[in-house]
Unconditional design. Structure first.
Length: 356
């Protein structure tokens, strides 16, 4: 006796389409019409790069994340002049950890939500400091530019050269109070630790005052609550433009920078071999549909190739560094591996890094 294979039950998509057809087709409609409705293609996903959207700033005002979202807004507007300006939303907490958690858990997200990140975000992820979420919980969208570490003091500080600070750090590292965004293990802490070590001191003996973003740390320096700001060039340059009384002792770049920091010597040329670039970019939730990811990627690639983009980088005190797509994904993985090794070298506690 020949057995007949039972028919395969319709999947969820087919059921939804049949239900929709039943709502719009009159009773008794021919079976061919019903079949055509069920087989009809789904409507195209709208291009999110021309619709209202927001850029989440995962820190307080005045820091590098705010610069990143401002650059993203201005760059998109230049190539999509009819789109609504990209909204700016502050979501401080753990220097990016809260925003990462809310994206990973679905509390925020969707094609219209971009989140700013930096090399410091990758350093924290490499140590497991962004919670029990896999790296694959987000989609790295675009690197928009680069920043560099900087050492600054109050304009009236007794430290006039980097060597003045180095001599104190060599003898009594605990005498200097560093102020910066992030806690122990953050990228600003790491830059300070590398400086102390390069000076011949013990980085575990240094004093570090943590703030929720570079803006708060710079305000503390202005109030003389800390001795040294160990942050990023862009946020410090923006503070100077706003009237902050700073003196720059060094930049952590391979060559001298331009703009507001023109003439500031590198740490390397002053005998301290530290180069610390900080990449700045945006990511999306990993569950954003692929057509929407492609649309955003195309928009940012167009924006970063536009003739006026170089001037936008100058306006936001950033430097060229552009990556998207698979090249960006490979860069992130390489940075995570590098930062894991550095964390071990500095004796930082590392939580297990979840899957990528």
């Amino acid at each position: 006796m020949r057995h007949r294979t039972p028919p395969r039950p319709p999947d969820r998509r087919q059921l939804l389409l049949r239900a929709a057809a039943a709502l719009v087709l009159p009773a008794g409609a021919p079976g061919a019409a019903l079949a055509a409705a069920a087989a009809a293609p789904l409507p195209a996903i709208p291009d999110p790069s021309v619709l209202a959207a927001e850029c989440v700033i995962p820190a307080k005002a005045g820091g590098g994340f705010a610069l990143t979202c401002a650059l993203a807004r201005d760059a998109l507007q230049a190539v999509r002049p009819q789109r609504p300006p990209l909204g700016q939303r502050f979501l401080p907490g753990g220097i990016g950890a809260l925003a990462f958690d809310q994206i990973a858990t679905g509390r925020i997200g969707g094609p219209g939500t971009l989140v700013a990140f930096s090399g410091g975000s990758l350093l924290n992820i490499a140590q497991g400091r962004f919670g029990p979420h896999p790296v694959s919980a987000v989609r790295w969208l675009a690197l928009l530019g680069a920043d560099y570490g900087v050492i600054a003091v109050h304009r009236d500080s007794p430290y006039r050269r980097l060597q003045d600070l180095v001599e104190v750090l060599r003898a009594k590292p605990g005498r200097i109070a560093f102020g910066a965004g992030g806690t122990v293990g953050s990228q600003d802490w790491v830059k300070a630790a590398l400086l102390v070590r390069a000076s011949g001191g013990d980085h575990k003996a240094m004093r570090f005052v943590a703030f929720e973003g570079g803006g708060d740390a710079l305000n503390a320096l202005q109030g003389r609550h800390v001795d040294v700001f160990c942050g990023d060039a862009a946020e410090a340059a923006q503070a100077v433009d706003a009237g902050a009384a700073l003196r720059f002792l060094a930049v952590f770049s391979a060559e001298r920078l331009g703009g507001a920091l023109q003439g500031v010597p590198t740490a390397r040329e002053q005998g301290i071999d530290i180069v610390w670039p900080t990449v700045r970019g945006v990511y999306l939730s990993a569950d954003v549909p692929e057509p929407a990811v492609h649309a955003w990627t195309a928009a940012f690639e167009e924006a970063m190739k536009a003739p006026g983009y170089a001037q936008l980088l100058v306006r936001h005190s950033l430097y060229p560094f552009a990556l998207t797509g698979p090249a960006l994904a490979r860069f992130v993985e390489a940075e995570l591996d590098k930062y894991q090794k550095l964390a071990t070298e500095l004796g930082l506690r590392r939580w297990s890094r979840t899957g990528s």
